[in-house]
Design a protein around this ligand. Structure first.
Ligand code: PLP
Length: 309
């Protein structure tokens, strides 16, 4: 038995064990090639958000890459809830978790002893959300920098699949942060239109219409989907279309969506102030309020509270 400093458990290839005992082989293709997929949701006030949708997206990623899920969707959901329930008592009531399923194609060697029956390596785990680290984004807005590296094009590999291979997005993020350590990268697609960030989808609001890049070019964010539903419920038009840099910097409002941030305003793009700067515009605010109502949890207050700690 090794020390398990976090106290958390995870599911690893058939059993729930202390995190420190989950050892992935160095021959695993996930480690060797990024030959793996994952999906991540979060909790709001310790309640999990849209697990069905996240597991559906996980299965689409697995299918696209021809990786054996090894378990049914119901099994993924049941195990996810078991792991979460065991780990929830470890965090404070005003903290929350990222909740992830990770599946690789498994071990790439004749060393059959270490192989699982299906071949796939499966991990289901939780990690406290970086609330304190990201809190200032709700006070100051996100500073977006557009790196020179382009988002993987659908002709190369579908950007809709949530693979472990994030190098394209990581390179973009490194480049953006070399210009501004606080920056969040939003990459352009291969045609030069605004695309997405390392864990976020991109939106503008112009003349009352919300715009976001087309499905084909981006990961179908569950938060993006949620915002699309909320816009419809608020009677705000939302369209998918190409957004170039000119349109982006001239938009009335710009925001990002992601599992951890939900909806968060963008204050600058490449140093140019956009929209209301650090203050969310009226549609960003309306969507944020509707999101808070939907999840029955004030995630903005949750983040901002961490500025005081
Ligand atoms: N785009 C990319 C490339 C991502 O990795 C993510 C999140 O993981 C998103 C967008 C946002 O998706 P979601 O809202 O499901 O977190």
């Amino acid at each position: 038995m090794t020390d398990n400093p976090t106290g958390r458990v995870c599911y690893f290839n058939g059993e729930i064990i202390p995190e420190s005992e989950a050892k992935v082989s160095f021959r695993d293709r996930g480690f060797k090639y990024g030959d793996a997929v994952f999906d991540t949701t979060r909790t709001f006030g310790h309640r999990i958000f849209r697990l069905d949708e996240h597991v559906d997206r996980l299965f689409k990623s697995l299918r696209y890459l021809q990786i054996d899920p090894a378990l049914s969707k119901d099994e993924y959901k049941k195990i996810t809830m078991e792991v979460l329930e065991q780990n929830l008592p470890l965090i404070e009531s005003d903290d929350d978790y990222w909740v992830s399923q990770r599946v690789s194609r498994g071990i790439d060697s004749p060393d059959i002893d270490a192989k699982t029956e299906s071949g796939s390596t499966i991990i289901i785990e939780t990690l406290p959300l970086p609330l304190k680290e990201r809190a200032s984004l709700y006070r100051d807005g996100i500073e977006v920098v557009i790196p020179s590296i382009r988002r993987t094009s659908p002709e190369a590999l579908s950007p809709r699949v949530k693979t472990n291979n994030y190098l394209n997005l990581i390179m973009g993020d490194l480049e953006a942060k070399s210009h501004n350590p606080k920056a969040w990268a939003v990459l352009l697609d291969a045609n030069g239109n605004m695309c997405e960030g390392i864990g976020s989808n991109f939106f503008t609001v112009t003349d009352g219409v919300i715009k976001t890049p087309k499905d084909k070019y981006v990961l179908g964010g569950i938060s993006r989907e949620t915002v699309t539903e909320l816009a419809a419920s608020l009677d705000i038009e939302i369209v998918q279309e190409d957004i170039d840099i000119y349109d982006a910097v001239n938009a009335d409002e710009v925001f990002l969506t992601s599992t951890s941030l939900c909806v968060c305003p963008v204050s600058t793009i490449n140093g140019t102030t956009v929209g209301n700067g650090d203050q969310p515009g009226p549609i960003t605010k309306a969507l944020t309020d509707a999101y808070i109502d939907l999840v029955d949890y004030d995630f903005v207050a949750q983040y901002l509270k961490k500025l005081e700690v």
